[in-house]
Write a protein that binds this ligand. Structure first.
Ligand code: NDP
Length: 287
């Protein structure tokens, strides 16, 4: 007998989650503000509750996947969460997650926050590599681990309820930096007779080859010695920046995505850290 699940929120993500629980044989109770989205799932075996309160009353494990924290507030107001295991897969900030955890505690519920590292087509497809960061009640996580693992992999990152959101935002922030770099690279080659489809695999392979540099960064941060294992000194890298800026100018490309990072590199060098590589930039960002 599979554990029953209540799910509030049947947007693109909620619907994808719902289908995996139904397919795995978990009894599923759903509610959605726009009822039409729940009807489609009813045909696949879900029980449709006529209110959030009814859905919450149906099962111990209550999962919400709504637009934002304000919609979570709105939907769960007037439900009785006492004794419930509330799992919030709605994207939010670490502060929102911690506030939501305190709020749930006050209502007598256990609370687990989640950060989904996947898009809907990756849900229920283990080989796609998507997973969910979880933080908050370890007891809740352990109790429902198998059920939570049905839609995607699970990675528990601590009892601080804000840590799932923090990990989620940190990874996505790095992703945007990578996309920014790729945008600049494509802009550089764009006006030439270079096929973007031939350039793309070179770019992807280079990014993959450089990604393990984060392990050296971690090692330097841990030891506090930012000169450890340095192969490309900051002094050398700053000396190279005019090449990047002049090339951008020659290709008629704005340097606006690169310039802020170069400015931080120069500032660190000015402070006398020429023997380091790029880790010192992290210190400059903290304020
Ligand atoms: P959608 O926009 O597809 O769905 C939003 C859901 O929230 C719908 O069920 C909608 O109901 C409901 N909703 C919004 N406002 C309210 C409200 N005031 N009261 C009640 N219900 C409300 O979003 P997704 O399903 O894609 O995303 C859900 C969460 O998952 C978000 O926090 C998102 O950041 C996160 N996520 C999404 C990813 C994605 O790629 N889609 C990836 C990773 C995380 P209705 O149907 O009535 O409009």
């Amino acid at each position: 007998e599979k554990a029953p699940v209540t799910l509030l929120g049947l947007g693109a993500m909620g619907t994808a989650l719902a289908r995996t629980w139904l397919a795995a044989g978990h009894p599923l109770t759903v509610w959605n503000r726009t009822p039409a989205r729940a009807e489609a799932l009813a045909a696949e075996g879900a029980t449709v509750a006529d209110s959030p309160a009814g859905a919450v009353a149906a099962n111990t494990l209550v999962v919400v996947c709504l637009l934002d924290d304000a919609s979570v507030e709105e939907v769960l107001a007037g439900t009785d969460l006492a004794g419930r295991d509330l799992v919030n897969l709605t994207t939010g900030t670490p502060e929102q997650a911690r506030a939501r955890a305190g709020w749930a505690d006050g209502l007598g519920a256990r609370y687990l926050d989640g950060g989904i590292m996947a898009v809907p087509p990756m849900i229920g497809v283990p080989q796609a590599g998507g997973y969910v960061f979880y933080s908050g009640s370890r007891e809740l996580f352990e109790r429902h681990r198998d059920t939570l693992g049905v839609p995607a992999g699970t990675t528990y990152v601590g009892d601080n309820a804000g840590f799932a959101a923090l990990h989620d935002v940190a990874l996505l922030s790095a992703m945007y930096g990578m996309f920014a770099g790729a945008a600049h690279a494509f802009a550089l080659i764009r006006k030439e007779d270079i096929d973007p489809a031939e350039f793309a695999p070179l770019l992807a392979d280079w990014l993959v080859a450089m990604a393990p540099a984060v392990h050296q960064t971690a090692d330097q941060l841990r030891s506090g010695d930012y000169t450890r294992g340095v192969v490309s000194s900051l002094a050398m890298q700053v000396a190279g920046t005019p090449t990047f800026l002049e090339t951008a100018e020659q290709q008629g490309v704005s340097p606006e995505l690169l310039s802020p990072y170069f400015a931080l590199m120069r500032r660190r060098l000015t402070e006398g850290s020429g023997e380091e590589d790029l880790t010192g930039v992290i210190d400059l960002l903290a304020h």
